[in-house]
Design a protein around this ligand. Structure first.
Ligand SMILES: Cc1cc2nc3c(=O)[nH]c(=O)nc-3n(C[C@H](O)[C@H](O)[C@H](O)COP(=O)(O)O)c2cc1C
Length: 299
């Protein structure tokens, strides 16, 4: 049977398949053995609890999903008190996704989480606005990304994964900046901006108007971002955006991703990650190729 083990920063994953932040909860444990995943990524956690945006905040479109959840989460203290021990029951890598509104807030969250055992890594969600820079999103400015990741690198030895936004002209600049500042891995992509309108009410289908677009419609966008970034960094990439099956996952790996994450498709088929793990094994056996040789093998 094909060997799917892969190193992401300081973590050893038993296979290259994980879930995208915000699209997966531990209630899935009723449906399958979550320990079979290469890693689990939590919903993004912030220092203080966030109620999220006003509904409606989810809308299906012709080819994907719009969401404007607004980083709803219980806050760091409640997460540690109530949720973390549940994650720690599983025999896989635990990656806590975090966000903050300033560099010091990100640092505070990591400092506290570093005291908790059995967290293997952090995914730094830099799509949130930075209050110290007039609300400009962290992930759109290479200087801010450098300062943020350098600061976090000094605080923790655990694996730092930086999650990039596609809503920018030169994603390569941001990727290089994160790598130089000490990131161990990158994940891409977060959602693309999107919108849908109800023609009867003439109101946007999402209360906030503009939302994050995910699912099959963004796959080509995500894939070209992974392809571009893989050419300019040496650290591993976790690819995501519209992955619905093994073939989609293979496209990301061939484009240069060392691992993949499934997001929106978890809502359609909660067993999809397991199916992809099995599908990758089958493909490698049939093609008689080692997993590592497949990564970035696009011709
Ligand atoms: C309902 C929903 C909630 C999400 N919440 C988060 C989040 O909290 N943090 C984050 O970094 N990304 C979040 N995302 C983005 C996903 O992690 C992923 O980057 C994106 O959906 C693209 O992958 P997909 O097309 O497979 O869904 C969310 C996406 C959806 C659909």
């Amino acid at each position: 049977m094909a060997d799917l083990k892969i190193k992401i920063g300081k973590m050893l994953w038993k296979n290259p398949v994980t879930v995208a932040s915000g699209t997966f909860g531990l209630e899935y444990a009723e449906l399958f053995d979550i320990s079979q995943l290469g890693a689990i990524v939590t919903k993004t956690i912030t220092l203080l609890p966030k109620p999220g945006n006003e509904p409606p905040r989810l809308a299906e479109t012709e080819a994907g999903l719009l969401n404007s959840i607004g980083l709803q989460n219980p806050g760091l203290e409640n997460f540690i008190k109530n949720d973390l021990s549940e994650y720690q029951k599983f025999d896989t890598n635990i990656i806590v996704s975090i966000a903050g509104s300033s560099i010091s807030e990100f640092g505070e969250v990591i400092q506290e989480l570093d005291r908790q055992p059995e967290i293997d890594g952090y995914e730094i969600n830099i799509s949130c606005p930075n209050v110290e820079n007039e609300g400009i999103a962290f992930g759109t400015d290479k200087g801010i990304v450098h300062n943020l990741i350098s600061h976090l690198r000094k605080i923790t030895n655990r694996t730092i994964i930086v999650k990039l936004t596609p809503n920018i002209t030169f994603i390569e600049e941001i990727a290089i900046s994160a790598e130089k500042a000490g990131a161990d891995a990158l994940s891409l992509i977060n959602t693309v901006y999107g919108m849908a309108i109800d023609i009867e009410t003439r109101k946007p289908k999402i209360k906030n108007g503009i939302a994050g677009y995910s699912g099959i419609g963004i796959k080509p966008i995500a894939l070209q971002n992974v392809y571009k970034v893989a050419k300019v960094v040496k650290i591993p990439i976790i690819g995501m955006g519209g992955i619905r099956n093994t073939n989609d996952a293979l496209e990301f790996i061939i484009a240069g991703a060392s691992a993949i994450a499934v997001g929106t498709q978890n809502f359609v088929n909660p067993l999809i990650c397991l199916e992809i793990i099995q599908g990758l094994e089958k493909y490698l056996d049939e093609q008689k190729i080692q997993y590592n040789d497949l990564i970035g093998s696009v011709r």
